[in-house]
Structures are given as C-alpha cells and as structure tokens.
Design a protein around this ligand. Structure first.
Ligand code: ZN
Length: 324
C-alpha cells in the first residue's frame, strides 16, 4: 500500500531537483506503485536502467536524488567475492571494515571497495511498506536467499549464482532460540553442506566409501561463531542431522548436497557480482571520499592502491543521518 500523500510530496521535490528525461519520473512512480516487494528491495541501478530502458547515468542520479528526497534508502552491501553472498549491509560506507569474513564459504578477505561493495536502493517504509523491511518475519528461504544473497552475482550466461545455490539446496529452516531441529537427507555422492547465515554452524560431509546400512546421525550445535567448516566423512545413504540452537537468537540453517566436483563457494565468474563499481567510478556524485575505519595512513594507502574514487556523498550521508 502506497502512502499517496508522502509519494506526492516527495515526487514533487524529486521532479524539481533537476531536468529529467521524458518518462523517467513516471517510470519510477509506476515502479513504486506496482512492483512486487522484492523488486523494491535493494534495487541495483544498472539492472533497473536495463529493465526500464533508461540511461544508466540518469538512473544512478535519479536514485541518489530519490534517496535525498526519502523515497528510497541507500544500502551498501559488502559481497563475498567467492560465493557472492551479502556478508554485511551498511547504511553508509563508514561502517565498512577493512577485513571481513564470509560466514558461508568461511573465507577471509580484504575489502577491495571498487570490486566488492555494491550500492543498492530500497523503498522507504513510510512510503510503501514491504516484507523486506521486516526480515525476521520472512520465511527462512527468503531470508537466506533474498536477504543473505543477491541476484547480482551472475554466471557468464547471466544466470544469478543464487539460483545455482538454490538448485543444490535440500532444506532451509528456522532455528528457534533454545530449540532443537531435525533434518534428513539422502545423498549418494558429492558433499553435504550445512550452513547458517549467522555463522554459528558450518559443516561439511564428503560422501565416500560403501553405502551405509543405517541412517547416519550427526550432531550440529548452533552456538559460538565458527571460522571454518567442521568436516566429517559420511557414507552414501541417509543422513540425519540434529541441530541444537543453544543461543537466544533465531537462526537460519541451510542443508545442501553439492554434486561431485562442486566446491563450497566459488561463483565461476565472481566479478560479475559487482557491476556497480565501474559505473560509480564515472559518476560525479560518488567523488567525495568517506573515511574508512582504521589507521589514516593505511586508508590513504588503500585509496591510492585501488581506484581514485571512494563512494559516498556528503549530502546523502546527511540526509541518511537525519532519517535515522
Ligand atoms: Zn562466501
């Protein structure tokens, strides 16, 4: 449901912000009114431009101005270069750390800003409320694939890598605080993988040897954060996982069986994940440096080592701070 008064007021400000090409504002308004919830969550400007047959530069400008007008909120996504999952999301770049750890493929990385940070736009909740404003109310599968993942990680043929991940997934379940859950799966070959979005359990069971006569039982604890997969061999046959959430928070657990030869993580062409860096590099609104955490000299070094631009704009940061 769109708040008509809020839409009218903010669109009027957006329209007056600068001259726009014909139909640009109308297409944005139509999208806000009629798109499904997912299409208003973390909009990638380049994808939006392509879908609506608009110029990329103008769409980037449009969404930046629309953020200042509070039609949208901006999210910085730190993506894993290996599996293209969303490692973290931030309301501004100032929250980004230099080093980060992917909870799914259990790999450590240095943040290389131009490659692995994507800027996206989500409709403001007081303009139109969408399910993704309340991730805790989403299904476990939507939370895992749509909030914890992105469709911007693509194979060379354009298939979102998240679809490959879905295709090998056997189950995605909620782990209620303090409770136990059971999952069963049949696997004749490959690797059984159990992961959590929260990084509190990560298991890897290569299937090897002669078939098991009885179901094989595995205990999995969702507790302290883990930094690597717990590996244990399993035989072909039925696997039964008993997963205990010993924390006071809701968890999301995924069970997948990877076919032989497929590893945890690697998107075959991971750099497809972030087309946005290149576009932002050419856009004047992204030219004002935003300081990263850490040692100032190191920050300067990092900037000069990578690209001459750092994302961010003072006006947008101010508007976001006021908004929160
Ligand atoms: Zn990863």
């Amino acid at each position: 449901m769109v708040n008509e008064q809020v839409l009218d007021e903010r669109l009027a400000v957006l329209e007056a912000a600068r001259p726009w090409s014909p139909r640009v504002i109308a297409k944005l308004e139509g999208h806000i009114r009629t798109a499904d919830d997912e299409a208003l969550f973390r909009i990638n400007p380049l994808t939006f431009a392509k879908d609506k047959v608009l110029a990329e530069d103008e769409v980037i400008d449009l969404l930046l101005h629309a953020t200042v007008c509070r039609l949208f909120r901006m999210d910085w996504l730190l993506l894993c270069p290996k599996c293209s999952c969303v490692v973290e999301s931030f309301s501004s770049l100032q929250g980004v750390h230099n080093r980060y750890h992917c909870q799914l493929c259990q790999s450590d990385f240095e943040a290389v800003l131009d490659d692995f940070i994507a800027v996206t736009f989500t409709v403001s909740p007081d303009l139109r409320e969408i399910a993704f404003h309340h991730p805790e109310q989403l299904s476990a599968a939507d939370r895992f694939f749509k909030v914890g993942g992105t469709r911007d990680g693509r194979l060379p043929d354009g298939t979102p890598f998240v679809e490959v991940q879905r295709s090998v997934t056997r189950a995605v379940i909620d782990l209620p605080p303090g409770q136990s859950s059971w999952l069963e799966a049949d696997a004749s070959e490959g690797t059984v993988v159990g992961l959590t979005l929260e990084g509190r359990a990560a298991v890897l069971y290569p299937i090897e040897g002669p078939p098991a006569a009885e179901p094989q039982h595995f205990e999995v604890v969702f507790g302290e954060k883990v930094r690597k997969h717990t590996a244990r061999k399993a035989a072909p046959g039925r696997l039964s996982l008993h997963i205990r959430n010993i924390t006071s928070e809701l968890g999301t657990f995924i069970l997948a069986v990877l076919p032989p030869g497929m590893e945890v993580g690697p998107c075959p062409d991971p750099l497809c994940a972030i087309p946005y860096g290149q576009a932002a590099a050419h856009h004047p609104d992204f030219s004002r440096p935003v300081p990263l955490r850490g040692d100032p000299r190191e920050r300067r070094d990092r900037r000069s080592r990578h690209h001459p631009f750092v994302y961010g704009s003072e006006g947008l940061d101010c508007s976001l701070r006021e908004d929160r």
